[in-house]
Design a protein around this ligand. Structure first.
Ligand code: HGA
Length: 608
């Protein structure tokens, strides 16, 4: 993913910028560049490939100056070439870096070409450089120019701008893509991620949606989207929540469960604008590919397979095209039928899952295109797929996947929107789903508040040796994931079934020693599910129910019920996953197992 670093300082900035880019390398990128202004000229260097290629170029042609911006690019518009790499310039006095997608760039570009601007890249970003220059040519000061231009931009952006006529300041703006200001002593910085600046400061100011900031050596001024001057708090970098340690949590798994409100927001950041999906977030050429999709084949393993199963319900319901889901270890070894127009979607936390990767390699030349939903930038699946959507969950250390799963679901729902708008999904429905998605971090936070009750519930569970998980519709894969979590970390035998299958076999197992867990949102299947639960109660089975917010499922003898917050139906598979994660966690803690590194299991399954 793209990364931005900028610096204004009394000392030369090129080394600071380069170190910042190195720290952003983990996010994945295809090219890197830097522009530095020394008061007389603004010089720029760009290279495709690794940041090291840029470092080598800098060693030969050092850029000296006290003001600069730098960028690692992950292409959305235009191939990963040197011409398309950022910073982009208009003339030789103005340079910008950009993260995000300018949705209306084609209209803006056509108008700029009419005015005589010459484009040297295929990016959406370059329009911003020329729009700014047009304002400057008309006599505007740089800050006014940025304000005028951002008002014309549709889509998502974080921008860093430097202008040679103002060698002591840079301008930053954000809407829909992350940007922080690093606060130094007599020097200040910008970056798309605090990590990029930890070598120079641990104090940060987070810009709000729509903010524009002017940053110089001795000051940071911020204006909100209404243009009012505002103060934003300066906060210290919290080492306790870094990915490398557990902070206040006893286990990484718990920390990762609690990170979900934050990472679910990150999974959507820069991908939604004005109630719609920005489908270019899937990579250059995504729209042309989506136009041709007639059916979907999802391949994954373990937890990611369950995410794929949920997506099948979404895609067939909302898009109305066929969607098949299969575990990679089966798929790769059998002759498969691939109808024309197949989009092959791989889902993997690490991007290195051996079976999934092998399936992609096997099938790549026979499908319309490949898309990966993945958490590790630069991983093999990301490199070898035509399109990718990063889940942005951050490093997941606990072997049992939690935040990787829920962010995969967000990625798959965004994919559903991209496909749906070409088929059955109306604009109103898309906007409704986007609005629902925006509630997701808060709803997840509310579920985390149920933690104490779930911990209490786990006490009647820990002595059991077997369990049954039941769900219907898209909640069936959710209980498959719940059962997998429980067996992975507590070693309790857990089986999952579509609730309607109960009397076709598993009911024979039900007695007082067989706890039955179910998720019962308030949807059209609730009455049928309640009938299944009665079948369990009639055989003395103990029920643990996570129910929708209605009073329709009430606790009674042998039936523990916890009510969930009101959740838009489309989000139920994501939100109802969280209590099952917490239940497994607490049961495992009570059993004293090694929660983060359960026996016999490894994190990224890079072998067959
Ligand atoms: N649209 C710009 C920036 C892409 C981006 O932010 N990727 O994460 C480009 O294609 O250069």
């Amino acid at each position: 993913m793209c990364g931005i670093v900028g610096a204004v300082a009394a000392r030369p900035v090129a080394e600071i910028l380069l170190e910042g880019l190195r720290r952003l390398e983990y996010r994945g990128y295809d090219s890197a560049g830097m522009a530095v202004s020394n008061g007389n000229t603004t010089e720029r260097l760009r290279r495709t490939g690794k940041v090291q290629a840029l470092a080598d170029a800098l060693a030969e042609n050092p850029l000296s100056g006290h003001l600069g911006i730098a960028h690692t690019r992950w292409a959305t518009h235009g191939k990963p070439t040197e011409n398309n790499a950022h910073p982009h310039m208009s003339g030789d006095r103005l340079a910008i870096v950009h993260n995000g997608i300018i949705e209306n760039f084609e209209v803006l570009k056509a108008a700029l070409i009419k005015q005589g601007f010459r484009f040297t890249s295929d990016t959406d970003t370059e329009v911003v450089a020329h729009l700014l220059q047009a304002e400057l040519n008309g006599g505007s000061a740089i800050l006014d120019a940025v304000n005028t231009v951002v008002a014309k931009l549709e889509g998502a952006f974080a921008l860093g701008v430097i202008q040679m006529d103002n060698p002591g300041q840079m301008i930053a703006a954000r809407k829909g893509s992350p940007l922080v200001v690093g606060v130094g002593i007599g020097e200040n910085f910008i970056a798309s991620d605090q990590l990029a600046l930890l070598q120079v400061t641990d104090r940060f100011m987070f810009l709000d949606e729509g903010d524009v900031a002017r940053i110089s050596c001795d000051g940071i001024e911020v204006w909100d989207q209404a243009g009012a001057s505002v103060e934003r708090d300066v906060v210290r970098y919290e080492h306790s929540v870094s990915s490398a340690d557990k902070g206040e949590y006893k286990h990484y798994m718990m920390k990762e469960i609690y990170e979900q409100p934050k990472v679910l927001a990150a999974a959507m950041e820069g991908r939604l604008s004005n109630g719609r999906l920005l489908e270019q977030a899937f990579g250059a050429g995504a729209s042309e590919i989506f136009d041709q999709v007639k059916q979907v084949q999802i391949i994954a393993c373990g937890t990611s397979y369950h995410a794929g199963m949920v997506a099948k319900y979404w895609i067939e319901d909302l898009v109305g095209i066929p969607c098949n889901v299969e575990v990679a270890s089966e798929y790769r070894y059998r002759p498969v039928v691939l109808p024309e127009g197949t989009l092959f979607i791989s889902v993997s936390q690490s991007g290195e899952t051996a079976d999934t990767l092998a399936a992609l390699r096997e099938i790549k030349d026979r499908v319309l295109a490949s898309l990966t939903i993945c958490n590790v930038p630069g991983s093999s699946l990301v490199r070898e797929s035509d399109l990718c959507l990063m889940t942005n969950a951050g490093p997941e250390i606990g072997v049992a996947s939690t935040k990787a799963f829920t962010t995969q679901l967000v990625g798959l729902l965004l994919t559903t929107l991209a496909l749906g708008r070409r088929h059955n999904l109306s604009e109103e429905k898309e906007t409704e789903i986007v609005a629902a998605l925006q509630q997701l971090p808060e709803l997840t936070r509310q579920v985390l508040e149920m933690d104490k009750d779930i911990e209490l519930m786990s006490q009647s569970f820990a002595e059991k040796h077997h369990s049954l998980f039941l769900g219907r519709g898209p909640m069936y894969p959710v209980v498959m994931e719940g059962a997998l979590k429980l067996k992975e970390i507590s070693y309790i035998h857990a089986e999952s079934y579509p609730a309607g299958e109960l009397k076709h076999g598993p009911l024979a197992l039900v007695d007082k020693d067989m706890p039955v867990v179910t998720v019962a949102p308030r949807n059209g299947m609730l009455d049928k599910l309640k009938a299944n639960l009665q079948e369990v109660r009639a055989r003395g089975g103990e029920l643990f129910v996570f129910a929708g917010c209605s009073e329709q499922v009430k606790p009674e003898e042998g039936m523990a019920v916890l009510h969930m917050p009101e959740v838009p139906a489309i989000l139920e598979p994501i939100v109802f996953t969280v209590p099952l994660q917490l239940l497994s966690y607490h049961v495992a803690v009570l059993k004293g197992t090694d929660v983060d590194q359960p026996r016999n299991l490894a994190k990224s399954v890079t072998v067959e």
